[in-house]
Design a protein around this ligand. Structure first.
Ligand code: ADP
Ligand code: MG
Length: 262
């Protein structure tokens, strides 16, 4: 598999090198194009910081971040992002929220009006694949938390990004809704083949979705363990009760235990 994302010995301190304990220390990883990778680790260990480095929102003190062969030196435009809070704009309908990245991004803004019908059709198609057909004209407050997060996923994918960065996108949802959204995400990924970095503290979520899981130590965040997940796809909720699945979750849990105790 060709390397799509490469972090080489990245150290990053929020105030700049030497001002404080780094948020990320000497982190290296390689992610293939189209691969689905999860980052897991205790709260405050630097997972979100790693995403900021990959997306170009925070420059490292040292080390190199490369995406698609290019050194990251400014915020990337080919990225989709979604976070724990769906952050839909309350005065826009679901459809208008999904269209937002096309309206504001420099690369699409010029053509947005001209191609509006095309964009609307794409947004409707995406909303349909996540089960939100019929909710296009609803306001965010009329949607449940899970539906808002579905819409947020559509918004993060509307510009067909090569890279999707997900920062604990399902953490605020109840367990049943969260598991439904695992399947929604898995289907989107299998259909569209973008590269994903999913930050989560839910080890079952990591094993369910990822091809590979990295465990990050407590601050300063270092990558302390890497585990391939070779389970067949599509993964199903029944398969989470299989011994293979359970063994993988336990193996990860042991490593999280180590980094917490250290
Ligand atoms: P995680 O996502 O794993 O919970 P973060 O990457 O958000 O962790 O944070 C890593 C460390 O950096 C934490 O100790 C956090 O307090 C600190 N940190 C995060 N954002 C900032 C910021 N903007 N300025 C200063 N320190 C920050
Ligand atoms: Mg975080």
């Amino acid at each position: 598999m060709t390397a799509f994302i490469v972090l080489e010995r990245i150290t990053m301190t929020y105030g700049g090198a030497g001002t404080d304990t780094p948020a990320v220390e000497d982190a290296s990883l390689t992610i293939g194009r189209g691969e689905f990778v999860a980052l897991v680790g205790p709260s405050g260990c630097g997972k979100s910081s790693l995403l900021k480095i990959v997306s170009g929102l925070m420059p490292p003190d040292s080390g190199i971040a490369r995406v698609d062969g290019e050194t990251v030196s400014r915020p990337l435009t080919m990225v989709g992002m979604a976070f724990q809070n769906a952050t839909l704009l309350p005065w826009r309908t679901t459809l208008e929220n999904v269209l937002l990245p096309l309206e504001v991004s420099r690369s699409h803004r010029g053509s947005f009006r001209r191609k509006r019908a095309e964009h609307v059709a794409a947004a409707r198609a995406l909303l349909k694949t996540v089960g939100l057909e019929g909710y296009e004209d609803h306001a965010p407050y009329e949607l449940s938390g899970g539906m808002q997060q579905r819409a947020s996923l559509c918004r993060s994918l509307i510009h067909a990004p090569d890279l999707l960065l997900l920062d604990e996108p399902f953490a605020a949802l109840d367990a049943f809704t969260r598991e439904e959204l695992w399947d929604v995400l898995q289907e989107l990924w299998q259909a569209r083949k973008f590269t994903v970095i999913l930050v989560t503290h839910d080890l079952r979520e990591a094993v369910y979705l990822a091809d590979r899981v990295y465990v990050v130590s407590k601050r300063p965040g270092r990558i302390v363990y890497e585990r391939p997940v070779a389970l067949p796809r599509p993964r199903t909720l029944e398969s989470t009760f299989d011994q293979d699945f359970i063994d993988l979750v336990h193996a990860l849990r042991d490593h999280i235990g180590e980094v917490r105790a250290a």
